[in-house]
Structure formats: C-alpha cells, structure tokens
Design a protein around this ligand. Sequence first.
Ligand code: DON
Length: 433
Amino acid sequence: MTDLVQNYLDRILAEHEPITEGVLADYIPELAAVDPTGFGLALSSSDGYVYRCGDADTEFTIQSVSKPFTYALALQKIGAPAVDARIGVEPTGEAFNEISVDDETKAPKNPMINAGAITAISLIPAATPDARFALIRDFFSACAGRPLEVDEAVYESERTAGSRNRAIAYMLDSFGVLDGDPDEVLDVYYRQCALKVTSTDLARMGATLARTGLNPMTGRRVIDPAVVRRTLSVMLTCGMYDAAGDWVSAVGMPAKSGVGGGIVAVLPGQLGIGVYSPRLGPKGNSVRGVRVCRSLSAQLGLHFLNVTRESRSTLRSVSDVGDGVRVYEVHGDLLFAGAEQVTRTAQRQHEEYTAAVFDVSRVDDINDAARTLLAGLAATLQTVGKHGFLVDPDGIVVPLDSPHRAAAYETVADAVAAAHTWLSTRPAAAVDD
Ligand code: DON
C-alpha cells in the first residue's frame, strides 16, 4: 500500500527541487565545500513517527539552529530570571552577526543572534569549557534521540575565521555581560555550531519542543514545559532574524535557521519539521528550506494561528432533574474560557436551582485556571445557600489520590442522590420557600 502522507511530502520536495537560487555560506571556508544540491525534508508527528524525504539522513552542521536549544538549556539550568538579567527577548530586525547590545542594559537583545547565543553558552554552569560543551552536546542529543558528534573540519574552519564573533564576545566581555573567558566561551560556541545533524534529527528536536519538552521517540522528558514555551516564543519572534515578520505571516511556526542550510520548525502540540538545503538567501536562511516551509504551511494548513473551529460551547446540556436539582454537563476542553462559561452560567442561574451537579466526566483536557475557577464556584454557591456536587470519575478536577476525593462522585446518579440527601437534611432555616 502506498503511504499517502509520504507521497504528499515527496511531491512537495520534488516541486522545489529545481530551485537553485542562493549561495553556500563561504565566510566559514569549510561550509563552501559542501554539496550545494543536498535537499532533505523530515517531519516528525507528535507520537514520534518520522517521514523522511530526499536527503533526510544527510549530515550537515547545525550552526545557528543550535541557538534555541542552548537558550533552553540555560533557562533549564539557572532559571528565567537569571537568564533574563543577561539576555533580552526583543526582535532586532538585524543580521545574525550584528555587533549590537541593548542601548540601556548593554545585554544582547535576544538569544537568536550571535551575541545572545554566545552569552547563553556562558551562562551554562560548568567547571571547564569541556564540561560545558558536554552538557550542551548531551542536551542536544537527548532532544534528537541519538548521540551527536562534532564536525572537526568545520569547527577548525570557523575557529580560524571567526573575527566577527571574537569582536562580539570581547564587546560582551567589556560590558561585563559574559560569564567567563571570551575565548573559552567562543570555543564552545564553535563546537556547538559544528555539531552534525540530519533533517531527521531536526524534525525530532522540533517534535520534542512540540511535545512541550518530551522526546516522542525516546519518551524521555528533556525540557520543562515553561522553558519550551519561552523558547518557542523567542523562536517565533526572532528565529528568522530580519526575515522574522515575513516568516510569521507566511509560515506561522516558531523556527530557527542556520548557515549550514538547516531549518527547524515547530507546530506546538502537533509536529516538528527539519529541512536541509545549503544554498542561502541574503539573510542567511536556506532558500529552498524557506520555500518548502511556506508550501508545507499553506498546503497542510500548519500556520499556528489557523483556528480549526470556533470554540464550542463547553456546556453540553443543562437539565433539571426535580426537587431543585440542576445538572450541568460539561465536555471538550475545560481551559480558562470554557470554565469561565460554566461558572458564569451557573452563577447567573443560581436562583433557578438549589443544588447543582457539575458532570465533568466527558472533559478531555483541563488546566489549573479552570480547576481554580471550579473550586471557587463551589465556595461562591455556598455563600448563597446553594450546594455544588461534582461528577469526576477520572479525577480530572479532584485527583484520584487527593484527600478531598470524597467530594467527587462516580456517576451523575450518585451525585443527584447525594444532592437529594443534602436537600432533605439541610437545616430548616435554609430551606427555600
Ligand atoms: O556564528 C556563526 O557565524 C555561525 N557559526 C552560525 C551562524 C548561523 O548559522 C546564522 N544563521 N543563519
């Protein structure tokens, strides 16, 4: 049987094959020696299945695609406040190797330009440069799901051709932004940029971000969800440098490019994409890589602001079951907006019932904001002499191991029976007339 998705992706790759615009990066001599025709695409689903097209298993150096991952590692290791004190999160509209810092703070404007990336490396706590690089390599490898190695020739080539980055590192050092010796930090930066990856690796690394930090292939949690959220935010606004606005409008996925020809793109909650084609446009992004991402986004509807459906009513039904007992049946995703609808409706209608049963057994997902609102609803109803009963067999609101589990019922019938018992035993003064 032919694979529909594989055929579809193969066709998109083939459509872009004839494009030969762009030039190899040559400011790192070794990068000018790669095969310019290499072209790979890989897409990892959120359950870890990877579609591979063309040269999806050809290795190339990660270059700046490394930056969001090192930023994530710094956030993970020392926390957002300490990182924020040294690196901003504002898009610059400048080139990746701009010699610039924020006018006031003297900190790099964001972690996706070289100044921010070099600073991020210096923030990773380690006793020696080797130990620092080992942390970075292990972290990248955990995101890719296989051990990554350095391309020694590219490392040496960049090390000997790196005046611009030396200028940036010494400038940062002069402002007291850099933690550590500038040459040692730069050496780690060159090694990080020279790590070899394939489009498949980038798709898996992207899918790890899409899965809020859980590598779908290995099942290992590699990054905290809050760190992923911050990392994706910065990728969205700054990942494609001075082409960021066009990228967000046309493609609509947090992404990062590198002068090795790679691009990683992430559709949160859904998938990770890795593309490779080493001929670059004037802004240092892979020409075919950008075009393939544009096509994938348009043809597969991957823009993160696509609204698949307007949010449906969270309240599936409201029914009176006699003796002043009203049952609210809730379904779908109970996030803030859904919980707001439930609590607003129950509060507005409180004079129409005496006891309210909230059935959340058909709720797919819930977050802390919704839990807090529902907990507050029970307390609010009590202030007006009403009582709420919760049907929560799966522990979605009151976890199964919670000491308050007795307050949750297994079925609507159990909760209605409990409501009737409460109605018949509550103090006479509280009985409605
Ligand atoms: O700092 C450099 O020059 C490279 N090692 C990485 C730059 C890069 O990949 C920029 N991306 N488009």
